[in-house]
Structure formats: C-alpha cells, structure tokens
Ligand binder design. Structure first.
Ligand SMILES: [Zn+2]
Length: 289
C-alpha cells in the first residue's frame, strides 16, 4: 500500500506539474531511422536538438532528420520565454533491404587511387554546399521532382559487382533520358557541377533550415549556382551521367549531414500541401516528457 502510494506520487511528479505553462513540442512523423519529421513549438521558442540549435519558422514549424543508422535518443530543449522543458525520444530501428547491382564499370566500384582522390574532392564540394546557411523560410509542402518508376528505394544495403558498399541513401526515379526534373519546393541553388566522377551532372538545392535536396546523373542542368527557384521550376533533365546503369534521377534529401528517406519525407510533407497547417492541432503526435 505504501509502495502504491509512492508510485502514485512518482507518476504525478513525472507529469509536468503545471502543464499549461510548459513549453510545448509537437512532432509530426515517426521517430525512426531515416525519417525527416516536422516539429512545432510556440512561435519565438528557442529549440535545440542534441545540443545543436534549430531555427523554427516564424509560425513555429521546423524540420529535422534522423540518419539511417542513428540510435542515440533525440533530446530537445525548448525555451519559451523564461520557461524551459526537455523532451527525449528513442529512435525506432528499421530493417533494410539488400540490393545487388552487377555489370557496373569495375573502375567505379573499385576506383584507382587517382579516382579515389577525385571522389574525395567532390565529396568535400557537396559537403560544403550542404552546410551553406541560407536565409529563407523553409517551405513545408514538397513534391516529387520527376515522374517515373521508383527503381531503388532509400536505405538498401548495396552490393556492387559483388562488393558490399555504402547503403543507398536516396530515391531513384527511372525514366527516359530528357525527362523533366522540377523543383520540389522553393529554394536556392547551392551547387552546380557538370561532371562528378560518381554523380555526373549534379545540382544541390537549399530550402532553409539545413534541408537540402540533390539531383544526380542528369543529362542537362537548367539552373545556375545562387539562383533562387520556385517550386515547379525546371532544374534539368534525367540522364545517366556518372555511375549509372540506366537513365534515372538519384534524388537525395538531407538535413544537415544526414541523408533521409525521400519517400517518408514527402509523406510527412504531404499534409501541408492541401491546407497550410497552422499549429499543433493538426499534428499526429504530442510530445511526452
Ligand atoms: Zn540511386
């Protein structure tokens, strides 16, 4: 009986004592590997995630991503005026497919030292572009950038010509060479490269809040670095430049340095496309302390 009473007391105090006064946090999406979710806080709240600052939109919405292999809990600190709260969440693991691709030119699978250097240099270019901070409010509604068949999904463990490689951290949309690629949302062109060893003709677009989308293997690029683009504007055309066995768009969606699942991101973004969500009433998951 005494224990029961103590437990009761514990559960009471585990709840926010004055929940009306606690800074709120709502999440829209599943907290699992490879996911990019939307969160909402009261406007002008300060938000950090695992110690790194997040800058929500003026209406309180923000995006954040979870890497394919992330396992550490997510810890949010929210400051709303002089009130503070900490919310933490466990990341749900996902299972990934194994995908074998054979018949690739052997030098793209096991490159020479010279080619390895080129790959490393080009990786630095894209990493630097991803980290450019741009001053725009993150759009919430994203759409597919091209029509076509999904030929490879996010997360698969790849075995190229029999050699295990890094997982496929993108979505492949296959269609014939010259198929139109359009901006999935407003943004600013962060990088244009005409000839990367692995990715061929490559474009990176920043959308604000460290959300970046990348367009790889294109046959033609229609934008310039620094250009502001609107949702639906042409970015280029589908091709098979760089390492590709057929014409397709290799589409990367990233948050900071984490590449996330584009299909899941689009699903989470979808509800913002019909009605512009205004607040936490429309989100699927309320944070628990
Ligand atoms: Zn791909």
């Amino acid at each position: 009986m005494k224990l029961f009473f103590l437990l009761m007391l514990f559960f009471w105090t585990a709840q926010p004592a004055h929940s009306m006064e606690m800074p709120t946090l709502s999440l829209h999406g599943q907290i699992r590997q490879g996911e990019m979710l939307f969160g909402h806080v009261a406007p002008e709240s300060k938000v950090t995630l695992n110690g790194e600052q997040i800058s929500p939109r003026s209406d309180g919405w923000f995006a954040f991503g979870i890497g394919r292999n992330d396992t550490d809990p997510l810890v949010f600190n929210i400051e709303q005026g002089d009130r503070k709260a900490t919310y933490s969440f466990q990341i749900e693991p996902r299972e990934w497919r194994v995908q074998r691709v054979d018949g690739l030119p052997q030098n793209t699978v096991t490159p020479s030292p010279e080619e390895e250097q080129r790959i490393a240099d080009e990786m630095v270019l894209t990493q630097n572009a991803r980290q450019k901070s741009i001053d725009m409010e993150l759009p919430l509604c994203f759409s597919m950038p091209a029509k076509g068949r999904i030929s490879s999904i996010y997360g698969s463990q790849r075995i190229l010509n029999g050699v295990p490689k890094t997982p496929h951290n993108a979505l492949d949309i296959a269609n014939k060479e010259g198929t139109l690629i359009t901006a999935p949302a407003d943004g600013i062109v962060l990088l244009v490269h005409e000839d990367m060893f692995l990715s061929g003709k490559t474009v990176l677009i920043g959308h604000g809040q460290n959300v970046v989308t990348s367009y790889i293997h294109m046959s033609k690029i229609a934008v310039k670095e620094g250009q502001q683009i609107k949702k639906g504007d042409e970015i280029g055309r589908i091709g098979m430049t760089g390492r590709a066995t057929g014409p397709h768009l290799h589409w990367v969606v990233s948050w900071k340095m984490k590449r996330v699942d584009p299909q899941v991101f689009l699903k989470n973004s979808e509800k913002f496309c019909s009605v512009q969500a205004k607040g936490p009433a429309s989100v699927s998951q309320k944070a628990k302390r």
